[in-house]
Design a protein around this ligand. Structure first.
Ligand code: G3P
Length: 224
């Protein structure tokens, strides 16, 4: 399973990269807007830090505009994957960009039928948004299950990138289903490390060690 961070924040990306577990980054226009920086400059900095794919999204919604933006984004770094929305012109753009060797991440996927079309167009990644489905009383993880099964049935090469992740159990469930990638906010990545028994266990080990050292010191003092 590959772990991506869903952020455009350089501090979070540097921190996760320093743990040695970061496989990539996904961004979207909302995440970029939060950073109040020049889009292309920021994307280039992210690409230089991350040893893996970095998704950057187009703003256009028509074929020509998407292709133009995608070409510009692809020129920024070798590890760029262009995020394209799941609309008619988006599918056309995905097909065309594939013929030019530009990899795409088809975003805003909320149904298995959309995922089938993205795969047929030649998407490199499909991004089902599970949290946003859960938010409207639907079952986001069931969508991931359906896409993974359908892609397996037909040997589609498109990788399933689980997005709109809200908590660590989303990561566990995506792993059990066999999704290729999970992209998550930094907060969820931090939550994945935490376990109270780890903290309690470590405290106890260190306390026992300290006590034993003190006893040894006392013993040697007596001998002197
Ligand atoms: O980057 C796309 C996706 O992960 C957004 O998540 O939390 O805004 O639904 P969210």
């Amino acid at each position: 399973m590959k772990i991506f961070l869903d952020t455009a924040n350089l501090e979070e990306i540097k921190e996760a990269a320093s743990w040695g577990i970061l496989d990539g980054v996904t961004t979207n226009p909302s995440l970029i807007a939060k950073e109040k920086r020049d889009f292309k400059e920021l994307i280039q900095e992210i690409c230089a830090i991350v040893d893996g794919d970095v998704s950057a999204e187009v703003i256009s919604t028509d074929f020509d505009g998407m292709v133009k933006e995608a070409r510009e984004l692809a020129r920024l770094a070798d590890n760029i994957v262009v995020k394209i929305p799941l609309i008619k012109d988006g599918l056309k753009a995905v097909k065309f960009l594939k013929s030019e060797g530009i990899r795409t991440n088809v975003t805003l996927c909320f149904s298995p039928t959309q995922a089938i079309l993205a795969a047929k167009a030649g998407a490199y990644y499909i991004s089902p948004f599970i949290g946003r489905l859960d938010d409207i009383s639907s079952d986001g993880m069931n969508l991931v299950k359906q896409i993974v099964q359908i892609y397996k049935n037909y040997n589609f090469e498109t990788k399933v990138l689980v997005a709109s992740v809200r908590h660590p159990m989303h990561v566990v469930e995506a792993g059990l289903i066999g999704a290729d990638v999970v992209t998550m906010p930094f907060k969820v990545l931090e939550q994945m490390i935490k376990h109270p028994l780890t903290d309690i266990g470590l405290e106890r080990f260190l306390e026992d060690w300290r006590k034993a050292q003190l006893e040894l010191e006392k013993k040697f003092e007596k001998v002197k």
